[in-house]
Design a protein around this ligand. Structure first.
Ligand code: PMP
Length: 435
């Protein structure tokens, strides 16, 4: 029998999204050049994971349930059975958010999700209802949000970041332009702290201005901030902790603070939803309905491991991450120090090489005087043994052609020293070829 053949163009456009091809390309390059130092993966450093600890965490959670009076049958069900769609560790998450982030919400406002990715998807599905509805994103932006919007048939509207990050005035202009076209801006997605991909952080004034703007323009803000707790030093307040009018939907991830294999995240959606009869409920309850048709519930086993980790530090993930943030902070400083050494200040302008200096997070961006495209990436891997991510992957509407993203999280100090040396040789060679 002939094998069934499907026409790709007959499948949903999201499977032909060039972003997915580019990500595959990056993986392929990484496999093809295993000896290369890779500044590409945005993964946590492996050195902090300890296999045996997983069992201890799960045990701690089960002991916690027993201490709170759960019967053996209830404890068994908490691991083996389908769980509540909105999640079974919402109290612990609410407690942790209060202690870590000064976010004070009731557990009912939280939905536990399969990673932050599902939190984004649920939020977008609920908010983007009509074809004229618009999601605005700070650009360059995380591919997960662009991809989720596209799966739902919406193309995000990019609001370009400046060197110091996103500017509220640019968002106001983008909202006005969309309204002038008869469209309905619904939400703005932003990573306010140590953003992926560019590494920028919004200052406090911009945070307050964004909240005022959201109220004035009647839009929601989708706040995604997975890198705060794994960054050294004091962090600025989350948008959600500054939010007095339930303008902010806070998208949470434990992938960086605990571990990505858990695939546990959450969404704080304490907005009131009113139906035609005036009956009120929380947006979280509506998101739960959507979740029941996507993942049914987040794995209880994974939630148990996460809960055990939260219990170990009485909810303070910041405490759990003192060592990790110091490690990532050192890695970022090492990359900056090596770049400074290879490109002395007085040569930079002449060469056309520039980079930003993030105070935390996993990423920084480097501007170069040549197209940092896939062809350049192949030359970089093959001839110089160093891999990075073209920044253009992160622009939903084009841009970033002359920039590359470096991720610092996954490398040792020795890799960083060698990797930046290779990168510097690559950049200098390419610049000479082009000049
Ligand atoms: N948001 C941002 C900005 C990220 O960089 C990432 C992953 N690197 C995520 C969300 C994904 O989170 P999760 O693993 O919880 O789905």
């Amino acid at each position: 029998m002939p094998a069934t053949r499907l026409k790709k163009e007959a499948l949903h456009a999201s499977v032909s999204d060039p972003v997915l091809d580019t990500m595959n390309f990056l993986n392929e390059i990484t496999h093809r050049y295993p000896e290369a130092v890779s500044f590409a993966p945005g993964r946590p450093y492996d050195g902090f994971f300890d296999v045996e600890q997983i069992f201890t965490h799960i045990r701690r959670y089960l002991d916690h349930l027993a201490e709170r009076g759960a019967s053996p049958g209830e404890i068994r069900d908490a691991l083996f059975q389908y769980g509540p769609t909105s999640g079974q560790i919402r109290e612990l998450i609410a407690d942790s958010l209060r202690k870590d982030e000064s976010i004070d919400v009731r557990p009912e406002s939280i939905v536990v999700t399969v990673g932050c990715q599902e939190a984004m998807f649920l939020s977008l599905r609920a908010l983007l209802a009509q074809p004229e509805d618009v999601l605005l994103v700070s650009s360059p932006c995380y591919v997960g949000i662009t991809g989720a919007a596209r799966l739902l048939g919406f193309e995000p509207t990019a609001v370009a970041e400046g060197a110091d990050g996103f500017r509220p005035a640019d968002l106001a202009a983008a909202i006005a332009a969309e309204r002038a076209r008869g469209r309905r801006p619904r939400a703005f997605y932003v990573v306010p702290d140590h953003s992926n991909p560019s590494g920028t952080t919004m200052d406090l004034a911009a945070r307050r201005e964004l909240l005022d703007l959201a109220a004035r323009e009647d839009i929601l803000v989708l706040e995604d901030s997975p890198y705060r707790m794994v960054s050294p030093g004091r962090q600025l307040p989350t948008l959600k902790s500054l939010d007095r009018e339930q303008r902010v939907v806070h998208l949470g991830s434990y992938s960086k603070t605990l571990f990505p294999g858990a695939r546990v995240g959450f969404v704080v959606a304490d907005q009131l939803v009113v139906d035609r009869d005036g009956k009120q409920g929380l947006l979280a309850a509506e998101l739960t309905k959507i979740k029941s048709m996507i993942t049914v519930n987040t794995s209880p086993l994974a939630q148990a491991a996460v809960a055990g980790m939260l219990l170990a530090v009485d909810g303070r993930t910041s405490e759990l991450n003192t060592e990790t943030s110091a490690y990532y902070g050192d890695a970022m400083r090492a990359v900056l120090r090596e770049l400074d050494a290879w490109f002395p200040q007085e040569d930079r302008a002449g060469l056309g090489v520039r980079w930003n200096r993030p105070s935390g997070g996993f990423f920084l961006s480097v501007d170069v005087p040549f197209p940092a495209d896939n062809a350049a990436l192949v030359r970089s891997a093959e001839e110089h043994g160093v891999i990075w991510t073209p920044m253009s992957y992160f622009y939903p509407r084009g841009g970033g052609e002359n920039s590359l993203r470096l991720s610092v999280s996954y490398l040792t100090e020795a890799d960083i020293v060698e990797g930046v040396a290779r990168l510097a040789r690559f950049i200098k060679t390419e610049s000479q070829v082009r000049n």
